[in-house]
Design a protein around this ligand. Sequence first.
Ligand code: ADP
Length: 283
Amino acid sequence: MNSAPRVGVVGSANVDLVVRCRALPRPGETVLAGDVRRLAGGKGANQAAAAARLGAAVTFHGAVGDDEAGRWLLESLGSHGVDVARVARVARPTGTAFITLDAAGENQIVVAPGANGSLDLASVDLASYAIVLTQLEIDPAVVADVVARAPRVVLNAAPAVALDPAVLARADVVIVNETEAEALDLDRLDHVVVTLGAHGAERRERGRMAQRVAAPAVTPVDTVGAGDVFCAAYTVALARAWSPDEALAYATHAGALATLALGAQGALPTDQEVVTWLARASS
Ligand code: ADP
């Protein structure tokens, strides 16, 4: 058996504080909510945890505060098998997302990036990774540095923010959902993957559809984090030197499995689970 491929993940780590109330507060209004829940989040941390769970040797490059929330986040990432030794502990507070849900599942989210804004890769060697995965919840200058220095980069261009076209063009693979795809000019890129929710995902070469994979039929419990698992799985597959065709099928099934439990890091499928579902789909 091959040894696990080395994957670097550069990105955000947040504590998600979630409360549910009957109706969302209007400006100036105070409402009471149920008990607060604390969940590990941030696209970078979610994708690192998902890649480790799928069997890659993952090092996370991020920044958390020198506070209890930061220690808790690192413990949680470590419990998924992610190497967190290179995560910076900085003076600003750990990134925090304040999430309010109403009875119908509608939400209001305020994100305080805090420590994520202090991420600095200047002393980090990216050359030893088979592949590096990053997203846009961190300083765009850090993302530009990653695509310039890492040997192979998967850029999940999410959330939808303005992005230097040169950075986009320099990434080896760009992964987006349908909304993000509409906001970006992707037609000149050789390797674009667009996720299509319950419809699966497709790969585009220079604006032309090259492959489409249907998602397996599931009854989703919570689709939050499915995109992060998809990105992690696609990256792990490429790090194993699989073809883009194989990577797309693997990632689409991994993403679907991630919808079957609550929380972004609460539903991370293992390699064996994805392989079992894939075998079922092709039999
Ligand atoms: P995002 O959450 O980033 O908008 P998508 O909704 O496109 O991303 O979902 C990412 C992937 O997760 C899809 O490509 C698919 O593999 C899987 N997925 C998401 N929602 C469903 C669903 N309802 N049924 C099956 N698979 C899903």
